[in-house]
Ligand binder design. Structure first.
Ligand SMILES: [Zn+2]
Length: 186
């Protein structure tokens, strides 16, 4: 059975940004962040350089926004080249899907898909300290799931609008609209 968060190498890259073990050990907020991501987190926007989500907690909604640096022009051009090459080699992929080997290609070219926590600029309407709060972490888990469902989103997040090479999926669905059994069934 695929991992709930990070079932693909694309989503996994995002999960790693919060689960990478530091000298301090794993973040104690992660189990609760996963519960929130699973149950009460709605990603309301995700695209070029940003993610926004509403996280409901005890009848209140925390609004999260995470800004992400887009790739420098050179990196983006290189990424576009690799995407085009991979898609030419893997015809007939579902809209929004990307071959797993492309992720390995990105790594070989030192193109990072996900953004390290220290390079994200995130805000949340809650007052919890320290940051990132559990709502921001939940948002990253929810984002990882969206990226698992539609790997092209991983590229779109880091691409400046004018040069998006992977067309946005018109059939965009939020996670809660998907039947998990149907989604993972094979
Ligand atoms: Zn918060």
């Amino acid at each position: 059975m695929p991992a709930e968060f990070g079932a693909t190498p694309w989503g996994r890259a995002w999960v790693r940004t919060i689960e990478s073990t530091s000298t301090a050990g794993p973040n104690a907020l992660l189990p609760r962040a996963r519960t929130l991501a699973r149950n009460t987190t709605t990603v309301v926007a995700a695209g070029t350089g940003h993610v926004e989500a509403d996280v409901a907690v005890s009848g209140e909604v925390c609004r999260v926004r995470i800004d992400l640096p887009v790739w420098p022009d050179e990196t983006q051009a290189e990424a576009a080249r690799l995407v085009a090459k991979a898609m030419a080699e893997h015809r007939g992929m579902a809209a929004g899907d990307l071959p797993d080997m492309l992720e390995a290609d990105f790594r070989r070219h030192a193109i990072s898909i996900a953004v390290r926590l220290e390079e994200q600029h995130s805000g949340c309407t809650c007052r919890a300290r320290p940051r990132p709060c559990v709502h921001i972490l939940a948002t990253i888990y929810a984002l990882a799931q969206l990226v698992d469902e539609r790997p092209a989103l991983a590229v779109e997040l880091r691409s400046a609008t004018a040069k998006v090479t992977v067309a946005a999926d018109p059939d965009w669905v939020v996670l809660s609209d998907l039947d998990p059994a149907g989604f993972y069934g094979d």
